[in-house]
Write a protein that binds this ligand. Structure first.
Ligand SMILES: [Zn+2]
Length: 277
């Protein structure tokens, strides 16, 4: 239902001024908080459409900070109870895909082998967003994908795999080895609850976001209260056609060893491996 500009737009809220734009619920265009507040200030006769948080999809409205500059931003109508990693510190830190796809041996082998043939391009795309992402971390992501039978997902697209692996990686230390590392985390918007949602017919393309956190001194991983900034990450299949910086010999050996071990495990009767279930 449209919100009248005469509604109390100019209230002040405690939510961090981190949500700088929202999405028009009708046509998905970006709307800035300044645009909303300017329209309200002009008593614009045009009614505002419902606006949604780009990350969680919940309703938001524009507000001013209580600072001298009256910084404009959006706040969630539900406040910190919104099911949003930007504001809700109580959300589980490991929320990610849970759907396990029916095992399809032929399709799974084909998809996984195709990925393995181009793994350095996938890694290069991941490193475009996380330069410190290690090959070991990549193998952990593949192992998680194996558990989910991701390769058997009928609509899985190779170009989506680097982004899925980033999301599956949950918290990634920006300065690995530091006593109190800062962290990155990647999340899809709330319309993507499982891998198949990425390729479902939809009115708006799925979105990927990078969240950056300061170190947490009282818990292993940070939460929304530690959030420093966030940004949408463009997704594209162009990396599959680009030349890439080759990996180090040791990294290639690590990947080859993982795949060899994986193949050996798959050939062992009684071993519970993905492609021999
Ligand atoms: Zn949100």
């Amino acid at each position: 239902m449209p919100v009248s500009p005469r509604e109390p737009w100019l209230i002040t809220m405690k939510e961090k001024p981190i949500l700088t734009y929202a999405l028009d619920a009708t046509d998905h265009r970006r709307v800035t908080a300044e645009q909303c507040l300017d329209a309200a200030g002009r008593d614009d006769p045009l009614e505002h459409p419902p606006l949604r948080c780009p990350v969680c999809g919940e309703n938001v409205h524009a507000a001013h900070m209580q600072d001298r500059a009256h910084t404009a931003h959006f706040v969630h109508i539900a406040g910190e109870r919104a099911q949003c990693p930007l504001v809700n510190s109580m959300l589980p830190v490991t929320s990610t895909f849970t759907t396990i796809y029916p095992y399809d041996a032929a399709l799974g082998h084909q998809r996984r082998n195709e990925f393995a043939q181009h793994w350095q391009q996938h890694l290069a795309e991941i490193r475009r967003h996380v330069p410190s992402f290690s090959v070991v971390r990549l193998t952990h992501g593949i192992a998680q994908a194996d558990v989910l039978h991701m390769w058997s997902c009928p609509t899985l697209a190779q170009q989506d795999i680097p982004y899925v692996l980033l999301v599956l990686s949950a918290f990634i230390a920006q300065n690995p080895g530091a006593a109190h590392p800062s962290w990155l985390r990647f999340v899809f918007d709330a319309s993507v609850q499982n891998i198949a949602d990425l390729r479902q017919p939809r009115s708006a393309a799925p979105r990927l976001f990078r969240l950056r956190y300061r170190a947490s001194h009282h818990s292993m991983f940070p939460n929304a209260s530690h959030l420093l900034d966030w940004a949408e990450v463009p997704m594209s299949g162009a990396f599959l056609h680009e030349t890439f910086a080759s990996v180090m010999v040791a990294e290639a050996a690590t990947f080859a060893q993982f795949m060899d071990l994986d193949a050996q495990a798959s050939s062992q009767p009684g071993e519970s491996r993905l492609f021999d279930d």
